[in-house]
Write a protein of this length. Sequence first.
Length: 334
Amino acid sequence: MDNFWHKLKKSVFTLAPMEDVTDTVFREIVLSVSNSEYLNVLFSEFMSTDGFCHEVGRPKVSHRLLVNDSERKLLKEKNVKIVAQIWGKDPEKFFKATKAICEEYDFDGIDVNMGCPVKKIVKQGGCSALIGQPELAKEIILATKEASDIPVSVKTRIGLSKVVTEEWISHLLDTNPAVITVHGRIQKQQSEGEADWNEVAKAVKLRNERGSDTLIHGNGDVLSLEDGFQRAEKYGVEGIMIGRGIFRNPWFFNSEQNEKTPAERLMLLWNHSSLFVRTWGEGKNFAILKRFFKIYTTGFYGAAQIRAKLMECNSLEDVRKVISSYDQVSENIS
């Protein structure tokens, strides 16, 4: 097996899997303005193994694994890897889903979601709920590895209602995944409070004591490349995963962190909107796009007014009318 993770130069930077965010469209937009030296790995939205293994459910969830031809071209040009993230609670379905992904898709890795804190998912026994079922969690990872011919990694948290980093990470290390990405919050916190990177460092210490070749990546509250490099150095992780930080700055992974002009921001918004419509058509609700508008309409005079108008848009043509008031934008949109 070709374990690409071990070939990446430290410090590795990855974009976190996020539901209704990291689809092929947004990944391509981020890729288009990123420096490949600072963006190494992308993740799909997380996909249900239950749905994927069901005859009726599969068409409803498989869009999460879509990689546009244009995104695929950028991935190859910039030598950025892409990993499919899956979730569930049944080892057999993890095996079947992984087997199918390896045979039918072109991903560089599989990631097991044991970190999503959303209550309805946890109630189903998936994602961070598995922190409370370590033996089942190990079965799932081992089943996924058995079915896979690409490296298997895990994304997780430091506990459910209380911190159990040492006990939990020890269980995960028993299965020798390629990477464990540790988010420094418990499930109960959701995204509240500060991520505890001292707990992330405990995972590194445990790994080192075992002499394991599993890589440890950290996640939580990293808001700039500089911050990421500093945390990697301070806490000893091999990589940094960026989640909400991308919402503050879609140019996060670009070495040139100069202030972007309103025209640059609005052109990227247009590129995102038009690619969304070309990719999904009527297959996805246009309203999903609205969660992204704030990313591009901030930090310049008149941004709030433009954003308010954009939030009333229901079509690509509506978006065109709003942003074409900027001459530099209207000249370039089609």
